[in-house]
Design a protein around this ligand. Structure first.
Ligand code: ADP
Length: 422
């Protein structure tokens, strides 16, 4: 039996978010890092999310990696492959949502594809092609300050058109409310040989219609909301395998690493100071290559870890981030800090940490890659969009982790998550 659902995610926290949604729908789900090599993994699961780190790489590299993963998923029998993007449509005019969506559509020989980041339950709605984050348009949300892909336009048809070589249209919520056949008729009348359809969703029930609409084709692009709709459509056609055990405890020491500079993560770091020792790294020192910062952070951790968890953060305010980027360049600054945090993660695991929370999508990617983790079994939800993850076959003993997208979790997320990772 092949997997019921399959996806390729453009970053690791986004992959966890979708895996969490599918697990909550009753699907036994595995999140792999990169393209999985051991196909035995697929024999006992319902759903597979392949995590790539392609949100901020050159479009040509993103397309090549996504197509390679897609090929593997087809080989193991996946009928529909969803390209999982961020629910805040994180991207730049150069991509990579448009180029990957175009490439998937072309390879599938599909004339149109559904594209939607909407997930009303989590405050992401799309109305007339415009994305709202909770109560404000995307460009007025905290995403306008994102260190790598600041979002300055809420009109997604316009945003996607700048990235795509094919036509981009909007499927309005009135048509979605009328149901599947109305959507199909409306799309059939839209001009363009191939087209991406930015689909509105105001209510979670809209996702059922969009899930059915998307599952009629071989590919789609969306966030966890579309994943939810696809799962509902798939489960109506075929039941899941059934029982799912809780993840077995791993024990060991615990820690948090934060590289996200999102508003919510900054609040969470402040709140964590009431519960654990917090080390705020000097980003300027790291990026200037002064040396010693990683080793000092690990000395700090080793002194504290026997008594309880520690938190190590590089995160800075929007002004501080902007100043650092002006001096050193956006990607240079980001990558140097990610590398330092990943080195710290290695040192923490060497010091006996087995339970680890990481804040930030790119940061999680860097940490998980450096730890050379191959795949995770997905467990219960810690906060909306953030599941427990247990490594599968990690050398030296399994790790229990949570990969938190910058804006996810409530203010006490770090202490609460660590209390539940056993
Ligand atoms: P989010 O999930 O909030 O988008 P990410 O980890 O994806 O978080 O992105 C944050 C980026 O900012 C990473 O590339 C990280 O290395 C970088 N970064 C972390 N701290 C700082 C800082 N103080 N100044 C500039 N960039 C930073």
């Amino acid at each position: 039996m092949t997997v019921i659902l399959a996806a390729i995610a453009d970053d690791y926290t986004g992959a966890s978010d979708l895996a969490n949604t599918w697990r909550k729908c009753g699907l036994r789900t595995v999140q792999t890092i990169g393209v999985p090599v051991d196909s035995r993994l697929f024999e006992t699961i319902d759903a597979l999310v392949v995590s790539l780190k392609i949100r901020s790489v050159p479009a040509v590299d993103a397309v090549a990696s996504a197509l390679a993963a897609e090929e593997l998923l087809r080989r193991i029998g996946a009928r529909h492959v969803m390209y999982k993007i961020c629910s805040t449509f994180d991207s730049t005019d150069a991509g990579n949502i448009g180029p990957v969506t175009d490439a998937f559509m072309e390879r599938a020989g599909q004339d149109w594809t559904v594209v939607t980041p909407a997930f009303p339950e989590t405050g992401r709605t799309v109305y007339k092609g415009h994305l709202f984050v909770n109560d404000v348009p995307l460009n007025e949300s905290a995403l306008r300050h994102h260190p790598l892909n600041p979002m300055h336009d809420a009109n997604l048809t316009r945003v996607l058109a700048r990235q795509s070589k094919h036509a981009v249209h909007s499927l309005d919520c009135q048509t979605v409310a009328l149901g599947l056949e109305s959507c199909r008729a409306k799309i059939a009348a839209m001009p363009g040989r191939r087209k991406s359809i930015i689909a509105d969703a105001i209510w979670d029930s809209d996702l059922d219609v969009l899930g059915q609409l998307a599952s009629g084709g071989a590919v789609s692009t969306g966030a966890s909301g579309l994943g939810y709709g696809l799962a509902r459509a798939a489960l109506a056609a075929r039941p899941a395998r059934g029982s799912m055990a809780n993840l077995a405890a791993v024990g060991g020491r615990s820690a948090v690493i934060a590289g996200s500079c999102s508003a919510r993560t900054l609040e969470q770091i402040d709140a964590a100071e009431r519960h654990m020792p917090v080390l705020r790294l000097d980003p300027q020192r790291i990026v200037s290559g002064g040396g010693g910062a990683v080793e000092e952070a690990l000395e700090f951790a080793r002194r504290q870890l026997a008594a309880g968890p520690v938190l190590i953060a590089s995160s800075g305010s929007p002004d501080a981030v902007a100043a650092l980027q002006r001096q050193h360049g956006k990607h240079e600054a980001g990558q140097t800090i990610e590398n330092a945090l990943a080195e710290i993660a290695i040192g923490l695991v060497d010091a006996g940490v087995r339970r680890l929370v990481v804040a930030g999508g790119e940061t999680s990617g860097a940490v998980v890659d450096k730890l050379a983790i191959g795949s995770f079994e997905v467990g219960d939800e810690l906060a909306p969009g953030v599941p427990m993850l247990r490594t599968i076959g990690y050398p030296g003993g399994e790790l229990m982790m949570a990969l938190k997208s910058g804006n996810f979790g409530d203010v006490n997320f770090f202490a609460e998550a660590l209390a539940r990772l056993d």
